[in-house]
Design a binder for this molecule. Structure first.
Ligand code: SIN
Length: 474
């Protein structure tokens, strides 16, 4: 493993080999130190076609594996991820600046998906359905959908690819991953680990380079049966449109604008602690994090004091230092957003409580209103914009006032309030007194502009299977 991680030259990973023979070479400096680190060879059209053929060939071999063989391979992959966590965590932090302790957490989070599907894969049985006539038997089996195309983001560079490919492999589907330009090495490391675990050649291919080159071959291809994407609404809609001609199955996870509702009877200490976990994870750059904090007007002062005290204690610093909780090295677009959101809020009358001096520093805002970017946009920043409400219906109306529908959070000690709020919030995932609901066993995904389809949980594997019904006349 060490020799792979220490390589200088990287290229696309096709049929279990890294190809650095053609295409243009692009420098890939360390995101944190800005010093030269690796170079990446960009893929050619010919190589994209090879990857497609390789995935097609792997479908046959994957289909021939028994569920128990796949389960063992998934466990082996999880073990190898954990055994190489120091290398992987370092790559994640070098590529996108996440605090190193969180990068270790991301490796574990990724491994947990492989373990989850190792359990799921041996429980995918068919059905025998009673027929209305004695002369027929009706059987249903679940079949692999075929080669898939994954487009994955930079904010969780290992896990967003890992949770797609773990489900795909469990379902006997090979895949081709186009990583974001920011974090290709993490995906190549994942591909290398999948190879080392013993999966058939071509089971997971990674194409580095220009998305127009890759999309122009894979999106119109009839050999690619599914597209799974995590990222922006605009790119998600583009991939969806481009998949129409060949009617590919599509899964989209397109970001959020999560409300975090704190009712009057909430355990405020718990709510403040969970808000910090949710909001500042990955230095504010997660799609599920609390984005609009809605607090009952009678507890605003108490709750604000708790949040401000906790936010002040956070360690902002170099992501390679273990005690760092918020990285000084965030995506440049996230920093731009933070500046725009705070400027807009101040101009429209919001009050700031931490007087942050840089876009990566925590900020708490009150007097936030619906016309502010802080309410309307997914900030991807360590900003806590607080609004107040007087009634449960007002809180729910405010919470649902967004085109997004990924995650929402509710803090209350009342069963009645919890039940009413969870029923009426229009979001795919709800954290009830829980600021970090993400887990391999939880179906992850949204509604509205946050996309559709689910990853992980009991339904995750079915995103890669189609239903085959057999009617047998006796
Ligand atoms: C994301 O923010 O894109 C995913 C985070 C998660 O899996 O919890």
């Amino acid at each position: 493993m060490k020799s792979f991680f220490e390589k200088q030259k990287f290229g696309s990973f096709i049929s279990n080999e890294m190809d650095i023979s053609s295409g243009k070479s692009v420098d890939h400096p360390c995101f944190v130190t800005k010093k030269p680190w690796k170079t990446c060879q960009h893929v050619t059209k010919e190589q994209v076609k090879l990857a497609c053929a390789s995935a097609k060939k792997a479908s046959i071999e994957l289909k021939n594996l028994t569920a128990y063989e796949k389960s063992a391979l998934l466990i082996k992959t999880a073990d190898l991820l954990r055994a190489n966590k120091a290398y992987l965590a370092e790559i994640i932090t070098r590529e996108m600046g996440k605090p190193i302790t969180e990068s270790f957490g991301e490796v574990e989070y990724t491994a947990s998906y492989f373990n989850w599907y190792a359990g799921e894969v041996v429980r995918i049985f068919g059905l025998e359905i009673p027929s209305r006539t004695k002369k027929k038997k009706i059987r249903v089996s679940f079949e692999p959908i075929g080669p898939c195309y994954f487009v994955t983001p930079w904010n969780f560079p290992l896990c967003m690819a890992g949770r797609k490919v773990s489900a795909a492999l469990a379902a006997s589907c090979p895949s081709i991953n186009k990583p974001c330009t920011e974090a290709p090495i993490t995906k190549l490391a994942l591909a290398y680990i999948i190879k080392k675990a013993g999966w058939p050649s071509g089971s997971f291919n990674v194409l580095i380079g220009d998305h127009d080159v890759i999309n122009s071959i894979l999106l119109p291809s009839r050999d690619i049966k599914k597209v799974s994407f995590t990222g922006s609404v605009a790119i998600g809609k583009y991939l969806y449109k481009e998949s129409i001609e060949t009617l590919k199955k599509v899964t989209l996870e397109l970001g959020g604008n999560a409300p975090f509702i704190v009712f009057e009877d909430a355990n405020q200490i718990k709510a403040a602690d969970e808000l910090i976990l949710s909001k500042f994870r990955n230095s504010g750059q997660s799609c599920v994090c609390a984005n609009r904090i809605l607090v009952h007007k009678n507890i605003l002062d108490d709750f604000l004091e708790k949040v401000v005290a906790r936010a002040k204690m956070l360690n902002v610093g170099n992501p390679f230092e273990e005690e760092t909780q918020i990285s000084t090295h965030r995506h440049p677009n996230s920093d731009k957003k933070a500046i725009a959101i705070i400027e807009d809020a101040i101009k429209k009358g919001a009050k700031r409580h931490l007087n942050s001096k840089a876009p990566y520093e925590p900020e708490v805002l009150t007097n936030v209103t619906k016309d502010m970017l802080a309410f309307q946009e997914e900030s991807f920043s360590p900003i806590v914009p607080i609004m107040t409400f007087a009634t449960i219906d007002e809180a729910i109306t405010l919470a649902n006032h967004t085109n997004y529908g990924l995650a929402a959070y509710v803090f209350t000690e009342s069963i009645k309030t919890a039940s009413y709020a969870t029923e009426n919030l229009e979001f795919g995932m709800i954290g009830l007194n829980d600021g970090l609901p993400s887990a391999a066993e939880l179906p992850f995904g949204g509604i509205k502009d946050s996309g559709f389809g689910r990853e992980g949980g009991p339904s995750g594997i079915y995103e890669f299977l189609y239903t085959k019904s057999i009617s047998m006349k006796l």
